[in-house]
Ligand binder design. Structure first.
Ligand code: BG6
Length: 484
């Protein structure tokens, strides 16, 4: 069992009401994550009430949970551990209504013999969220509770304002945790450490030294069983308004006055306020060939499965520095990188043909995988006579620290933070509404989707978007293998 340092977990036992408990996210991440948190002693006590549209009993739900652990948990489950977890599970179908839920919650709370807290986790599609919120209100489960909401938080400015105001009729803003799991990834938080714990990089973190930034999250995955959700959502709402813009804020924000939720949100919101509205002419929307033939997809679908865009932050630090964002399904490789390209030197004394500048500018690259990596590339002299230059790099890999086993999966980290009431890594209503506002020109006049072949890097127009610059991915030189 992992040794849990004091103070990282919540003070009180938790009753978790997991709505959408049989869905994809619950099976892949939430049930395995809750199991790990409960089993490793992060939480002083935990009971989980699953809810979903499926009419099943608690035994059937336990079978779903067991299968989810077997299939998706990265850690092995012993029989004893499973028995303890299974005993903490209960199930109430959504059709049973608030009274039955209330009774189940009371039973769970009584089992703790003392003070406890409630955590509602809504892993449901956007149109199902408000009815569930109302049901929680009717079941009288608002007191002593926090609620984690899954994205997308609305589909545009008007719907997000309306969602937030209806939510506030039931929950106070302090109780609402809008989750963006990219912010729970260790390497995303490491951006803050890297920027603000070192005197070396922060002085060059601005328009005088940085030429442009790329946030690139290609996926090889298709849609699996999510076509219904995805048809309504598309790559921009699924990935950019949430994950990529949040990462951009960590990259671009000013130093917060402290690492507390309010100062951090304030600096992130300032970045969002400085963002210029996204112009359709700065966007390439793509759809992989074959998407329209998939089950649950309209044969005339205009939903984008790929998006690349240029985004500008019009403030003192970043004016004139383009941020290029790209993500999509069924692309050539699965990667999550941030790449910072530095300006080239003002003059070169190296002879023609020496190779200086031939392999692009110096780069700082972050890999946002759980096994995080970082690299700084630069030109150096190739050994031998004369002056020939080659690109070299210094690389850091989390593998080499021996601490990889301590990494909490993003959802685990964020669930634990919500249980502790720590909002540092969660997004605010104001921030989200501003992001929808800057997205309005694009949402109102989206450019037509262009087709791309599965396994490629998107439609050809992506190259014009960044010209005369070039996309970092696919990498010219792969990461060094940390095992060698
Ligand atoms: C989810 C999106 O939020 O993030 C998915 O809905 C996407 O479409 C996923 O595949 C990517 O997350 P990760 O952690 O696997 O990079």
């Amino acid at each position: 069992m992992v040794k849990v340092p004091a103070g990282v977990g919540p003070r009180y036992p938790q009753v978790v009401i997991l709505v959408g408990a049989t869905g994809d996210l619950a099976r892949r991440k939430l049930l395995p994550g809750l199991f790990h948190l409960a089993n490793s002693g992060f939480i002083p006590g935990c009971r989980i009430i699953g809810m979903s549209l499926d009419d099943m009993d608690v035994e059937a739900f336990r079978a779903v949970a067991r299968q989810a652990l077997d299939e998706f948990s990265t850690r092995k489950t012993t029989d004893d551990e499973w028995r303890a977890f299974a005993a903490s599970l209960d199930y109430v179908p959504l059709s049973a209504g608030p009274e039955v839920l209330k009774a189940a919650a009371e039973r769970a709370e009584r089992s703790f013999n003392g003070e406890c807290r409630r955590l509602h986790y809504l892993s449901v599609p956007p149109n199902a969220a408000l009815p569930v919120v109302r049901m929680l209100g009717e079941a009288n489960l608002i007191e002593r509770s926090r609620i984690i909401m899954e994205k997308p938080f609305g589909i545009d400015l008007a719907s997000s304002v309306s969602l937030n105001s209806k939510l506030h009729e039931v929950f106070d803003e302090e109780q609402i945790f809008r989750i963006d799991h990219f912010l729970g990834k260790e390497p995303a938080q490491n951006i803050l450490a890297f920027r603000f714990a070192n005197g070396l990089f922060e002085p060059i973190w601005n328009r005088n030294f940085i030429d442009h930034v790329q946030i690139d999250v290609p996926e090889t995955l298709g849609l699996g069983k999510r076509a219904g959700f995805y048809e309504q959502t598309g790559a921009f709402r699924d990935m950019v308004v949430t994950h990529l813009f949040q990462i951009l804020a960590f990259m671009a924000m000013e130093p917060p006055t402290s690492l507390e939720p309010i100062p951090i949100s304030e600096e992130k919101n300032k970045v969002f306020r400085s963002m210029l509205p996204i112009q359709p002419s700065d966007v390439v929307r793509g759809q992989y060939t074959g998407y329209r033939a998939e089950e649950g997809v309209s044969p005339e679908s205009e939903t984008e499965t790929f998006i690349a865009l240029k985004c500008s932050i019009d403030n003192w630090r970043w004016a004139g520095v383009p941020f290029y964002l790209r993500t999509g399904k069924r692309l050539g490789e699965g990667q999550r990188i941030i790449s910072i390209a530095f300006r080239e030197p003002p003059k070169s004394m190296f002879p023609a043909g020496s190779g200086v500048g031939a392999q692009g500018p110096d780069h700082l690259t972050f890999d946002l995988a759980d096994a995080a990596k970082m690299s700084l590339s630069f030109y150096g002299k190739r050994p031998g006579p004369g002056m020939r230059l080659d690109k070299a790099s210094m690389q850091f890999s989390m593998h080499e620290t021996g601490l990889l086993g301590d990494v909490l999966e993003a959802y685990e980290r964020l669930i634990l933070d919500a249980m502790r009431g720590d909002r540092t890594l969660f997004t605010t209503a104001e921030g989200i509404e501003r992001l929808w506002q800057v997205s309005t020109p694009l949402l109102e006049a989206p450019p037509p989707v262009r087709f791309y072949a599965p396994g490629s890097w998107g439609p050809n127009a992506i190259h014009q978007l960044v010209a005369p610059r070039a996309w970092r991915l696919p990498f010219e030189r792969a990461w060094r293998d940390p095992n060698r």
